[in-house]
Design a protein around this ligand. Structure first.
Ligand code: NAD
Ligand code: IPM
Ligand code: MN
Length: 352
């Protein structure tokens, strides 16, 4: 029987609520399909930062390196600056394990009312391939002349040929397995170096995929079109920052932040990949026991798919989709219901 070792980092805010609540369901799915998961929980995050001045131990990445995959809840605490928490935990893992594909599906499920008029189940179904290790998130820059009037901040974006090619190629590959339509997101009108370079790379890589039809959109127009004509998108490929922003739009038009899953994938086997809901630590609802666990469950489905357990992945995805389609099923308040986090998971367990 296959057995997988998973590192769990519930993190901050609602992270532990949704991660811990989902565990029994995830274990049920593994049992059902004859494999086992051994989870090791790491209590890393902002409480540790407040107590010991670090988000994770200095050898944190070494401790994670041998796991088959990582599951992360959320990072962010009202009492610690966000750049400290994110640069202390989430971003070093994405970068240090070369998880260069950030894959974010956006699906309008049956039973979910989109805030966009006239959209029904299945009308919105696209996936964003977000570059995840460089671009605007490169840690290049600094601040000089602090406190003076001529104080200066420089933040440089980094676009390498290798880094751009590999995310663009991953997106083309995904498009060949979907509807064959790829939208490349840039801002080449204003950013004439990095984004025109991105366009050139898309041109080069497109020659390997003659069957894929390529559309180019500026990011501002893309933000508009995701609202105006989301049904026309299939695969989107975007830089780190643009992908971040557009996937929040994607989450909202398909119902809720509480439904959006994500994978930070290192496609080789040198490092573990990390799966996490797109949402953050949601300090506005922490402690209320109403966090939607479905983004977490769908992220586990992506994790199982990546481990090579497609049946368990399907079982979780289908349980969520059946639950959403069932009007009498429990829902958390973000989806218009009044159920608690645990009620939603208990109902899913009964559907597996
Ligand atoms: P957020 O995603 O935490 O919350 C945005 C809104 O969505 C809030 O109203 C929240 O209540 C709601 N929401 C989010 N997840 C939900 C869920 N599962 N169920 C129901 N409602 C949910 O974003 P924010 O408020 O901008 O950021 C809060 C903190 O989280 C910040 O510190 C930010 O830096 C951090 N953050 C972390 C991640 C991450 O760990 N991957 C992602 C985004 C934001
Ligand atoms: C996300 C988050 C992170 C990101 C933040 C918290 C650094 O917004 O995963 O979408 O920008 O990648
Ligand atoms: Mn984001």
């Amino acid at each position: 029987m296959a057995s997988y070792e998973i590192a769990s980092i519930p993190g901050d805010g609602i992270g532990p609520d949704v991660v811990d609540a989902a565990m029994p369901l995830v274990e049920d799915a593994a049992d059902e399909y004859d494999f086992s998961i051994e989870t090791t929980r790491f209590d890393w995050g902002s409480e540790r930062q407040l107590e010991h001045g670090e988000m994770m131990p200095a050898d944190g990445l070494d401790r994670l390196a041998d796991f088959d995959a990582i599951f992360l809840g959320a990072v962010g605490h009202p009492e610690v600056p966000d750049h400290v928490t994110l640069h202390g935990l989430l971003l070093p893992i994405r970068k240090g394990f070369d998880q260069y594909v950030c894959k974010r599906p956006n699906v309008l499920f049956d039973g979910i009312e989109s805030p966009l008029r006239g959209y029904e189940s299945g009308d919105i179904d696209f996936v964003v391939y977000r570059e995840n290790t460089e671009g605007e998130y490169a840690d290049i820059g600094g601040r000089e002349h602090r406190g003076f009037e001529h104080e200066t901040a420089v933040q440089s974006a980094l676009f390498t040929r290798q880094g751009t090619e590999r995310i663009v190629r991953a997106a083309f590959e995904a498009a060949t397995e979907r509807e064959g339509h790829l939208t490349s997101i840039t801002k080449s009108n204003a950013q004439a170096h990095s984004m025109v370079f991105w366009d050139d790379v898309v041109d080069d890589v497109s020659e390997e995929f003659p069957s894929v039809d390529v559309e180019r959109l500026l990011v501002d127009a893309a933000a508009m079109d995701l609202i105006r004509r989301p049904h026309e998108f299939d695969v989107l490929v975007a830089s780190n920052l643009f992908g971040d922003i557009l996937t929040d739009v994607g989450a909202q038009i398909t119902g809720s932040m509480g439904l959006a899953p994500s994978g930070n994938i290192h496609p080789g086997d040198a490092y573990p990949s990390m799966f996490e809901p797109v949402h953050g630590s949601a300090p506005d609802i922490v402690g209320d026991d109403i966090a939607n666990p479905l983004a977490t469950v769908l992220s586990w489905s992506m994790l199982f798919e990546d481990l090579g357990e497609p049946e368990a992945a399907d079982a979780l995805w289908t349980a969520v989709s059946d639950q959403l389609a069932d009007e009498s099923a429990p829902r958390t308040p973000d989806l218009g219901g009044s159920a608690a986090t645990g009620d939603v998971v208990a109902d899913l367990r009964s559907r597996l």
